[in-house]
Design a protein around this ligand. Structure first.
Ligand code: BES
Ligand code: MN
Ligand code: MN
Length: 461
């Protein structure tokens, strides 16, 4: 392992420069104007995988953005690790709030990243974390130290719901055959508090439309006489949570798995400082479902949030108008045993039921995904645990994550293979937000930890 470490040490600057070059390609999957850039990002990755020593590297076409595949099979008798990640990124908006260009990566020091952090869209989610795997692989290959087989599958549609990855997996079950999926697309508690994500929430996402009068009206001439769809939508949304901040949709909690008091006590051991959490977000106090801690509310409990809401006049100055329509995008995070299709159906039924007769409503489902929990008594969990223990000098804490990676449940269904979520970001890295960044420390820590994962896994499996 020292040869691998020496190689990493000798190539640190180049690794970082290459990542910065990749981050300059705006691989925004949601916006078709970036379609060619998304492809360029795939080609860049494919080239780097080939250079690192991967065989059969391919840009696999899909109905949407391509999937990058590559592999190194050293001995079919050895276990195989499937590395999954995504090279697509969220749109950079709102662009005005970036202190430097979202696709002009720069390194700046911050309070939690005294060694510097790379500021760019995708630096943490997920190009920076995918690139750690490519460089760890390169380091192992260059030193003849790859202890098991490896397959890479990196998609370009994670941020838009992985619509085509399911089909790709179903059509390529042999090619993708593996003993475990290794994913770095989550976070650690802090740079001196390593952790491993052992659960992810599912997602149900809907768009709603409330339709009032057949055209925009003068809010003086007609105001008071007909329903204002924005007023109606606001009160409908407000009614979706009660005074305990519990979701009022009938049946919403029916399938939720409640944690035992032992499990909750175990969870409460993870370090969490409410004061600095509030300070960081500049909020006077937190808010959430009664009876649960902030850590619980953001991981083991389901939620409902408006992600965007619009209608009427939103331009400069005042325009008196009674709008014809109002819209909102609503996400519901789901926890184990809830099912996204079922929750979407419950939402739709409820939303139609609570609409007053003065308006019409329309609910359109978007992509969803199922929650996942990963067991901790497996060779892969133990390998991740030992690898992090080795490089951080501390035992990592198992934690349930609040975000969603719907493909994890799908891997279990379609490929019958479990995942291990060994991510290296920080929750404060502002993924999906302006000024997303990724610690230089975290980037190198990932590169150093991954080879240990491979050797422990080969040993334990
Ligand atoms: N990497 C995130 C998910 C994540 C972030 C999990 C932090 C745990 C901790 C992923 O790229 C993501 O953003 N997922 C989306 C869901 C997807 C269907 C668009 C999400 O969670 O909103
Ligand atoms: Mn991600
Ligand atoms: Mn994301």
């Amino acid at each position: 392992m020292t040869a691998v470490q020496n190689y990493i040490d000798a190539n640190r600057d180049r690794f970082l420069e290459e990542l910065m070059e990749w981050l300059r390609i705006p691989s925004v999957s949601a916006d078709s104007k970036y379609q060619q850039d998304v492809r360029r990002a795939a080609v860049f990755l494919a080239e780097k995988l080939t250079q690192a020593g991967a065989d059969n590297v391919e840009i696999c076409e899909t109905a949407g953005h391509p999937i990058v595949y590559g592999e190194k099979i050293i001995d079919p008798a050895l276990p195989t690790v499937l590395v999954y990640g995504h090279y697509d990124v969220q749109p950079p908006d709102p662009i005005d709030l970036w202190e430097s260009g979202p696709f002009d990566p720069i390194i700046k020091k911050t309070a939690v990243h005294p060694d510097g952090a790379i500021f760019a869209r995708g630096s943490c989610d997920d190009k920076g974390q995918v690139y750690m795997h490519v460089k760890a692989f390169e380091a192992m290959m260059a030193n003849d130290a790859l202890p098991c087989n490896v397959k890479f599958m990196v998609e370009g549609e994670e941020e838009v719901g992985s619509d085509n990855l399911g089909t790709f997996c179903k059509e390529n079950t042999d090619k993708l055959r593996a003993d475990v999926v290794l994913i770095s697309d989550t976070s650690v508690i802090a740079n001196d508090v390593p952790s491993i994500t052992i659960g992810l929430r599912g997602l149900s996402y809907v768009e709603v439309e409330v339709i009032g009068p057949n055209r925009d009206l003068h809010s003086g001439v007609y105001g008071g006489g007909v329903a204002n769809p924005i007023n109606i939508l606001s009160s409908m949304i407000a009614s979706l949570q009660d005074e305990n901040n519990r979701i009022t949709i009938p049946g919403f909690y029916d399938d939720v798995v409640e944690l035992s008091s032992d499990e909750r006590a175990e969870m409460a051991k993870a370090p969490f400082d409410l004061r600095s959490y509030q300070q960081d977000l500049d909020v006077g106090t937190v808010r959430g479902e009664a009876g649960y801690s902030t850590l619980e509310r953001t991981s083991i409990r389901p939620t409902l949030d408006v992600n965007g809401m619009w209608g009427g006049y939103i331009g400069e100055g005042a325009k008196t108008v009674l709008p014809s329509k109002a819209y909102a995008k609503i996400s519901m995070r789901l926890v184990p045993n809830q099912n996204s299709d079922k929750i979407t159906a419950l939402f739709t039924e409820h939303f139609n039921r609570i609409a007053p007769p003065s308006v019409k409503v329309k609910v359109t489902p978007h992509h969803g995904g199922e929650p996942a929990v990963t067991p901790t008594d497996t060779p892969e969990y133990l390998a991740a645990h030992k690898a992090m223990e080795q490089t951080y000098g501390k035992s990592p804490i198992p934690v349930r994550g609040g975000g969603s990676i719907p493909i994890v449940a799908l891997f279990e269904d379609v490929l019958q293979v479990k995942s291990v979520l060994m991510g290296f970001g920080l929750d404060s890295d502002d993924i999906h937000s302006p000024n997303e960044h990724y610690g230089v420390f975290n980037f190198y820590k990932g590169i150093e930890t991954i080879p240990h994962f491979y050797s422990y896994y080969a040993e334990l499996k």
